[in-house]
Ligand binder design. Structure first.
Ligand SMILES: C[S@@+](CC[C@H](N)C(=O)[O-])C[C@H]1O[C@@H](n2cnc3c(N)ncnc32)[C@H](O)[C@@H]1O
Length: 271
């Protein structure tokens, strides 16, 4: 198969094609991210720091959805939570995270160093130890299912907060799927709980090695509309503004037009 020719429908199938090593090497080997993607990695990490620095997003149990091989959201959240669950659709990613947790891979250096420069809280060793200690579970998750973590160690748990990056647009093919995935996540969150969500806007695919994974090309208005209809109040929403360089014209690895970092709260009346 030639490079970039396999377009994979990600809606619940074929995540065996996702290679964690290639994903990390392509998008996370330096803080500059992939050369086609402008400053999007910095934007995502700055957005995470902005979300957690006030200390308003806190509680006992946190779920990170679609972690992939990258526990960056959990790194920022860890000081504010007691028990963290990482989750993903791909067993390869869960195995990769386990290797990181056991100290057998150390791929998070550039990202964690950048986050630590921003929040200036503790040493790298302390923060990584805290994160590893607080991760209680790493479980299978399928956001397209009404109970995304059914039959796992956290089946039935209602979380105080959920984090999720670059996953919902990847797990969905249509906007209707996207809205259902939001509803499914909402079922796992306590009323009043926070959701920190980051992702790509108007992206039709991204690539890992020779595989292109199809995405829902959602825009800001569609996203806001879905979250409001599904019982969330959007507390903050940032997109790639003039402080960040945009995606370049080359579209070999991804084709997003913009990116967003959002904090939302589940309305109290949504049980
Ligand atoms: C682009 S990667 C994002 C990884 C990481 N969160 C990040 O921001 O770099 C998309 C992730 O979503 C996961 N994923 C795909 N479909 C999913 C589904 N239906 N439910 C949960 N996770 C899914 C993939 O296995 C992959 O780890």
């Amino acid at each position: 198969m030639s490079a970039g020719t396999a377009l994979i429908n990600t809606n619940g199938v074929a995540y065996d094609a996702f290679d964690p090593d290639k994903y990390v090497a392509t998008y996370y080997s330096t803080i500059a991210g992939h050369k086609e993607e402008g400053d999007v990695l910095k934007f995502f990490l700055d957005g995470l720091n902005d979300a957690f620095k006030s200390g308003d997003i806190t509680g006992k149990k946190l779920l990170d959805v679609g972690t992939g091989p990258i526990p960056n959201m959990a790194f920022c959240a860890a000081p504010w939570f007691e028990e963290i669950t990482l989750s993903d659709f791909s067993q390869k990613n869960l195995d990769f995270l386990q290797k990181w947790r056991d100290g057998a891979v150390n791929h998070m250096g550039p990202v964690f160093e950048y986050l630590l420069q921003l929040d200036k809280s503790g040493s790298m060793e302390e923060r990584q130890d805290e994160l590893r200690r607080k991760i209680m579970n790493m479980v299978f998750c399928d956001v397209t299912k009404p109970n995304p973590v059914a039959s796992t160690a956290v089946d039935g748990v209602i979380f105080d907060a959920i984090t999720c990056s670059n996953c919902l647009e990847v797990a969905s093919i249509t906007l209707d799927d996207y809205a259902k995935s939001v509803r499914n996540l909402c079922n796992l969150l306590k009323p009043g709980g926070h959701l920190v969500l980051e992702g790509a806007l108007e992206q039709t695919f991204y690539r890992v090695g020779e595989f292109r994974f199809e995405c829902t090309p959602i825009n800001e208005n569609q996203l806001r509309d879905i979250f409001q209809k599904e019982g969330f109040k959007i507390l903050s929403f940032q997109d790639l503004n003039e402080n960040y360089s945009p995606h370049k014209d080359e579209n070999n690895y991804s084709d997003f037009k913009n990116a967003f970092a959002m904090v939302a709260r589940k309305l109290e009346q949504y049980k």
